[in-house]
Write a protein that binds this ligand. Structure first.
Ligand code: ZN
Ligand code: ZN
Length: 348
């Protein structure tokens, strides 16, 4: 396989092929999905977990936040709106990207999971609009969404992700699929957190709790998406050793490192006037997150190993909301050799 040649766009139905796909890409697959006959049965559990998280924005009544909105300082309001639309702009990329990947992945069970993720991204996107429409008039909503589009620092940090996503759109090759997966982890597993931290910071002062509830649902989804994408990449590299190269492992570390750097820069801009969030602490938190993502990929820590430096974020995390799944995300650091088919699955 040449990892730079575009993958074929898969026909909807190939009756001559088996239902259980012979590969996640370039596999023989009929296109029929029977969840009882799939190559990676653990994907069914992941699919179920994603579905059990189902929620929608309108379930959360914004009345309390509407009353509290005027009590926020002008700075808090400004940062609140900027972060809200910046998060919306990140989620806007995810829905179409996840849908596009479905056309090139041969395994139908993976297609189904990408479809659920795309649906959840659409809900996230809607929830940011819902929060905004509860708090400010339509003209300001529009202005804020335009601000997110034009903000140079937002653009700069989105570029890392956009480059990878656009490359896959132009040339849906295995190599570009790998890079898309890495940057999806950057987006869902690292980029959201300065924004989340701000809302949780308000919540610990008993402010805007409805917004924080919504944010914690989004976070729960994102952590599972990032986890799924890590599993997807591991399988991709195991099934396609041509991709499991030193250069690609290097790409992974470099790209996660860049995402950390860009996230720190963004935090310094957006959180600089917010009292009570220590930026140095947030920097450590970003590194802590990056290590966690790399371990999910079966790789080593890129940064110093530390305990969660912002335990108050943990209170709102899915580990706390969903105790039974706590070890789903907590994985031990291991020595990295090469990604193999079996590593990690015992922890699913
Ligand atoms: Zn999302
Ligand atoms: Zn996501």
């Amino acid at each position: 396989m040449d990892i730079h040649i575009p993958l074929p766009r898969i026909k909807l139905l190939n009756p001559d092929f088996p239902n259980k796909s012979t590969g996640i890409i370039n596999g023989l697959s009929s296109g029929l999905l029977n969840w009882n006959d799939i190559a990676y049965p653990q994907m069914y559990d992941l699919y179920q977990t994603l579905l059990s998280n189902f929620w929608k924005a309108q379930e959360i009544n914004m009345q309390d936040d509407i009353k509290q909105w005027d009590l926020l300082s002008a700075t808090e309001q400004d940062v609140f709106l900027r972060i809200n639309t910046q998060l919306a702009s990140l989620d806007s990329l995810q829905t179409p990207t996840m849908c596009q990947v479905m056309d090139y992945v041969t395994d139908s069970s993976f297609k189904a999971i990408f479809a659920v993720i795309a649906q959840q991204e659409a809900v996230h996107n809607e929830s940011y609009s819902y929060i905004l429409s509860s708090l400010v008039p339509i003209n300001e909503q529009k202005e804020r969404f335009n601000q997110a589009k034009n903000d140079p620092i937002v653009r700069k940090r989105n570029e890392l992700i956009l480059d990878a996503y656009e490359s896959f759109r132009e040339n849906p090759s295995p190599q570009n699929l790998f890079q898309l997966g890495v940057n999806s982890i950057n987006l869902e597993g690292i980029y959201f957190y300065a924004g989340f931290a701000f809302f949780y910071h308000l919540a610990r002062q008993q402010k805007m709790l409805k917004t924080s509830t919504m944010i914690s649902y989004i976070q729960r989804d994102e952590m599972q998406h990032a986890y799924f994408m890590a599993q997807f990449l591991r399988i991709l590299l195991t099934e396609n050793p041509e991709l499991n190269t030193e250069a690609n492992i290097e790409y992974l570390y470099t790209s996660v490192g860049q995402a950390v750097q860009l996230e720190k820069e963004w935090a310094h801009v957006i959180l600089k006037d917010i009292e009570g969030i220590e930026l140095s602490e947030y920097e450590e938190y970003t590194e802590y997150l990056a290590n966690k993502r790399l371990r999910q990929l079966g790789l080593q820590n890129l940064f110093k190993e530390r305990v969660n430096p912002m335990p108050w974020i943990h209170i709102f995390s899915d580990e706390m909301m969903n105790e039974t799944k706590s070890d789903f995300f907590e994985q031990k650091s291991r020595t990295y050799a090469k990604v193999t088919q079996s590593n990690g699955f015992d922890e699913l």
